[in-house]
Design a protein around this ligand. Sequence first.
Ligand code: MN
Ligand code: MN
Ligand code: MN
Length: 286
Amino acid sequence: MKSDLHCHSTASDGMLTPRELVDLAHKNEIELLALTDHDTLAGIPDFTTACQSHGIEALAGIELSTRWNGIGIHIVGLKVDPDAAAMESAVTFQTDARQERAEKIASRLEKQGFTNVLEGATALADPGGSLGRPHFARFLVESGQIDSQARAFSRFLGAGKIGDVKCGWPEMEQVVEWITQAGGVAILAHPDKYSMSRLKLRRLLQDFCAVGGQAVEVVSGQQNRDVTAFMARMANEHELYASAGSDFHGPVSNWHNLGSYSPLPGDVIPVETLWSENNVSRELFL
Ligand code: MN
Ligand code: MN
Ligand code: MN
């Protein structure tokens, strides 16, 4: 069954609306799709309706930001109940954290002489969606205050620049708890993207398991075979289910397409096993 368990819509920082995303999934012959926008479930209702009209199995998902030992880590909550109280708590917490950060970014940019920054960037974000640095960059360009988004990032918003404000993200334990309480599966997203040493990654996986994490993205997009083999080993070593997805944000190249990612190796247990009819237990790992 062709699936994609990690992608974004305009409800966060994706380029396609949930409907456009699902139309693309249909075109790409995807049968099982999870929408995993950053810190919001705002896209889920349209996503679910669109999936139904195409006969695609829809999974409600969310990608929650957290911090672990000072490193920003992303945890995907898959198959969550969007109406669960725990999801409301999660989204509220993350929205507040982002809002506080947005206000800080805006006031710092205004000190540099830019005007109307918070209102302008907010107007570009989806209502109920999340407001991030790309919205600030777009606003500065569209309001004629800077000539390109690349320049906005290289001078003001990129890593280490004044607009690079850290968010007060919740602890990993809290994030996993929200996901679990909402009936979902907590998945450590794209472990290869944190530029961690293998030792540090093992520690992260141990901590993630200790707080109730159940799966890891063994495959995220197109990745090197050695990385896939290593992540598969990490999954099995820590008795974690394996997930795979494109982390699609928009049709920027053929390389980054919805449903397009390196194959999941045969020696891992796919996360779908958790809710498939032949429900198996962790004994499979023995
Ligand atoms: Mn993103
Ligand atoms: Mn991510
Ligand atoms: Mn993502």
